[in-house]
Design a protein. Structure first.
Length: 187
């Protein structure tokens, strides 16, 4: 199935999604990679506010390249999500609902996704120019010293994504190969 979603997202809205579904995401998406995640957790440990509200948020694991004249953003392909695994459950427990990246996630992240009614969506790796076409506005909102890893507020329109982990425990990295093998054996 294909769904259109607009951020911020609620657990109720995300409950209809299943691993393998496609999503066209619109609204505000925040960028944060490993260094930004570390700073967010440090801020939480100190009782300091985060640079954006976590409730219903979408976080894209991306470090975009510099934009060319006339462009909003440069290439904006996903980075490997596993580097955020140790930090993601805490953010999910505090209200983050959508994570966007590429690659498998660990058991703790899977459990936090299920527990919080969240989702993990995959962006097309190697298709940074395609992903960038969805970005309509960009503003650096925190830690510009991190360069490409600074936190940005993006406004996106119909960003094409695939549900990898759903709120019901579905994992496309597990169900996808099984479905392929079943289809292959029926030929």
């Amino acid at each position: 199935m294909q769904y259109k979603l607009t951020t911020p997202c609620t657990a109720e809205e995300l409950a209809k999604l299943r691993a393998g579904d496609t999503v066209l995401l619109s609204g505000v998406v925040y960028t944060a990679r490993d260094q930004a995640h570390k700073r967010m957790l440090e801020a939480l440990d100190k009782g300091e506010p985060l640079p954006f509200p976590l409730e219903g948020s979408a976080i894209y694991y991306v470090g975009p390249t510099p934009e060319r004249p006339g462009e909003v953003i440069g290439s904006a392909g996903p980075t490997t999500s596993g580097r955020m695994d140790a930090m993601s459950p805490r953010l999910l427990d505090l209200g983050n609902k959508v994570m966007i990246g590429k690659g498998k996630r660990d058991a703790a992240v899977k459990e936090a996704v299920r527990r919080n009614g969240a989702v993990y969506l995959a962006a097309l790796g190697g298709a940074g120019a395609l992903m960038a076409k969805s970005v309509k506005t960009l503003e650096v909102i925190a830690w510009p010293d991190l360069g490409c890893e600074a936190v940005r507020r993006l406004t996106v329109e119909d960003m094409p994504l695939t549900v990898i982990l759903d709120a019901h425990g579905g994992d496309l990295y597990e169900s996808g190969p099984e479905a392929y093998k079943a289809a292959e054996s029926s030929l």
